[in-house]
Design a protein around this ligand. Structure first.
Ligand SMILES: NC(=O)N[C@@H](CC(=O)O)C(=O)O
Ligand SMILES: [Zn+2]
Ligand SMILES: [Zn+2]
Length: 346
């Protein structure tokens, strides 16, 4: 049994960095291990235009400690007023790597998202033409749909019709949580990929609800039953290039999580790679971690694999801080609930 693993430096294909004091505190947690990340645009107000994305990229780079290297890959938040020409220009300049679709009201800071999908048709058609991927938060929001069914209903009622109406549109199903989403990817071999988070490989809905409500395990899409978690683990460890890491590391202060209306998001940037090594090892699939964390994302986005490497070394349990301090307050680090033995070094 080998006890070290050297892989190309990973990237994170779904990350929330926020802004201001929170950005300054969480950015090093990602940049320590990851070379690049797809940066989610759900700020308040959202990052809608190319000019806003350029300004946000500059704030991220300004917050990066001098000793660290990190490349933010920017996205635009799709609204019903998004201008196809602005999107195309932001793509052509190399600034923007994807457009993000949030159904209005589906998740944290999604109030400006899309309600009427006909109103974004022209943008989607332009994206298909120029090869710019659409990243999708795949949940419907109708109050009559059970929260555990929202991903499945989204695939049937929204995603599949959009893909059929827009041939050539490249889509990333973000943070998939169900075996149905895996089945949908399996059945569509062109223009479709999916990110899987660290936490959805680890927790099921019991972790959130059994023995008391655990706000730090609450995220959207909400974790589903164990059979779905197992389907995600199988997909992530399969070596299939359509599944890649998007941590969805989503910091919120403890005050906002441990709250009568606690907000959604798990903060996993700090210990993600150690957790993933443990999960992949448990499946006897450590050799598949490189594809999932370092190769398949660049493959989908048409970017080079990073040329430097990281090394994971197995030994005595590694401890990570249980929280980080930020100028906005404490942020709890995701607790996988099992000991971690793989430490990361350059
Ligand atoms: N995943 C989450 O639970 N929360 C994300 C939003 C998102 O990715 O849906 C956030 O911005 O906090
Ligand atoms: Zn989301
Ligand atoms: Zn997210």
């Amino acid at each position: 049994m080998s006890s070290t693993l050297t892989i190309p430096r990973p990237d994170d294909w779904h990350l929330h960095l926020r802004d201001g004091a929170m950005l300054a505190a969480v950015l090093p947690e990602t940049a320590r291990h990851f070379a690049r990340a797809i940066i989610m645009p759900n700020l308040v107000p959202p990052v809608v235009t190319g000019a806003q994305a350029a300004a946000y990229r500059d704030r991220i780079l300004a917050a990066l400690p001098e000793s660290m290297a990190f490349q933010p890959l920017m996205t635009l938040y799709l609204t019903e007023d998004t201008d196809p020409d602005d999107v195309a220009a932001a793509h052509a300049s190399g600034l923007v790597k994807a457009v993000k679709l949030y159904p209005a009201g589906a998740t944290t800071n999604s109030a400006s998202g899309v309600a009427d999908f006909d109103r974004v048709r022209a943008v989607l058609e332009r994206m298909a033409e120029i090869g710019l991927p659409l990243c999708v938060h795949g949940e419907v929001t109708s109050p009559d749909i059970d929260i555990f069914d929202r991903e499945a209903v989204f695939i049937e009622r929204v995603l599949d019709p959009i893909r059929r109406a827009t041939p050539g549109l490249r889509v990333v199903m973000e943070h998939i949580t169900t075996s149905g989403a895996v089945d949908y990817v399996q059945a569509n071999d062109r223009d479709l990929g999916a990110t899987i988070t660290t936490h959805h490989l680890v927790i099921n809905r019991n972790h959130i609800l059994v023995g008391g409500i655990k706000p730090h395990y609450y995220c959207l899409p909400v974790a589903k039953r164990e059979s779905h978690r197992l389907a995600l683990v199988a997909a992530a460890t399969s070596g299939d290039g359509r599944y890649f890491l998007g941590t969805d590391s989503a910091p919120h202060t403890d005050a906002l999580k441990e709250n009568a209306c606690g907000c959604a998001g798990c903060f996993t940037a700090t210990n993600t790679l150690s957790i993933l090594a443990e999960v992949f090892e448990q499946q006897d699939a450590l050799d598949k971690l490189e594809g999932f964390a370092s190769r398949f994302g660049p493959g989908f986005y048409g970017l080079p694999v990073n040329s430097d490497t990281i090394t994971l070394t197995k030994g005595d349990p590694v401890s990570y801080p249980d929280h980080i301090d930020t100028g906005d307050g404490r942020v709890t680090v995701f607790d996988p609930g099992f000991p971690l033995h793989w430490r990361v070094s350059a």
